[in-house]
Design a binder for this molecule. Sequence first.
Ligand SMILES: Nc1ncnc2c1ncn2[C@@H]1O[C@H](COP(=O)(O)OP(=O)(O)OP(=O)(O)O)[C@@H](O)[C@H]1O
Ligand SMILES: [Mg+2]
Length: 371
Amino acid sequence: MSDFDLELASLRKVFPGGTVAVDDFDLQVERGEFISFVGPSGCGKTTTLRMIAGLESISSGGLFIRGKDVTHVPTEQRPTATIFQNYAIFPHMSVRENIEFGLRVRNLPGPEVKRRVDAMIDKLELGDVADARESVLSGGQKQRLALGRGLVTEPEILLLDEPLGALDANLRKSIQEELKILQRELGITFVFVTHAQAEALSMGDRVVVMNAGQVEQISDPFELYTRPKSPFVARFIGRNKIIPGTLASADAKTAEIATDFGALRGVPSFDAASAAAGSKAMAVVPSEYVDVLPSGAPVDTADGALDVVTGAVQSYDRVGQVVYIAVELTNGTGVRLETYREKVEDRGIAPGSQVELRWKPERTTIVLDAA
Ligand SMILES: Nc1ncnc2c1ncn2[C@@H]1O[C@H](COP(=O)(O)OP(=O)(O)OP(=O)(O)O)[C@@H](O)[C@H]1O
Ligand SMILES: [Mg+2]
């Protein structure tokens, strides 16, 4: 028995026909955490959410909510509420009736229903449209109605499956902020599914990256961004620069790989004791840590020993103060970098320039490449 708000223990889903949609999913969530699930289409996000909600049976493994085994508990007896991408609002009912609907099946006394529904309409600022139907609601109002219908049941865990997918970019941003504030106020656990990595990282206290039914990494957003544990995460999250090579040496703190540019160093994402020299590996550096300088520019010794790769500028795009530079490295691979105008113009960097990309090795993560 655990004290976690939500616990998935080796959760697995095999659909009839044999598709393994989710495999060996372990997750422990503290009360009041905001957890994002992110991954490409078909990786098993919705299936996992539906198993938590009890809308999909669990093939093997266990599911616990506040320490109680709910693996085989029917959906209506679980303290969860789900918001779907299309909201599933009843078009023939008013806003008020839609919110009430969630409480009907619970046999609450009339005055209690009214109190809760009024409070929810108030909280989500839906008073002006309380008697309106879905067809006249804005995107943001529909989104809040869907939230209200879930929250009125006072769930312990709110499950949200791409709830912002239908909204335009500006509205999406502001609702992201509202959702985050609402979650803090309520103090309940949110499990939030998205396939947009920026959204997952900005919303989640922790982010679960999924790939092909498997969990690749569970970390807080900064850790995920700066210390990927697998090639998939390195490529999926952020704008990492990735240089392939083979492992030369590793201890607990530092690993070195041999690359087309000589030795590159970094913090190993793996257990050094179990990694053999010669294994395929990659150096992963977040773009923000990469500096672009003309070839041969003096090194500021205060920075310590930097790692360097060399190439030539192919093209250069300016958008206001930001510049996007495409560099062809000397081994023929292309990289794109985003930096500030004065940083490159003052240094005389232009298309055709020979350049060095430099960074501090402690910013680099060395990841083993099983492929
Ligand atoms: N009812 C079902 N029967 C058989 N296979 C299914 C069923 N539902 C989903 N799958 C399969 O399970 C896998 C995971 O699907 P799931 O819907 O969980 O992915 P997802 O990560 O939510 O994707 P998306 O981002 O497109 O919503 C996919 O291969 C999918 O085809
Ligand atoms: Mg889905």
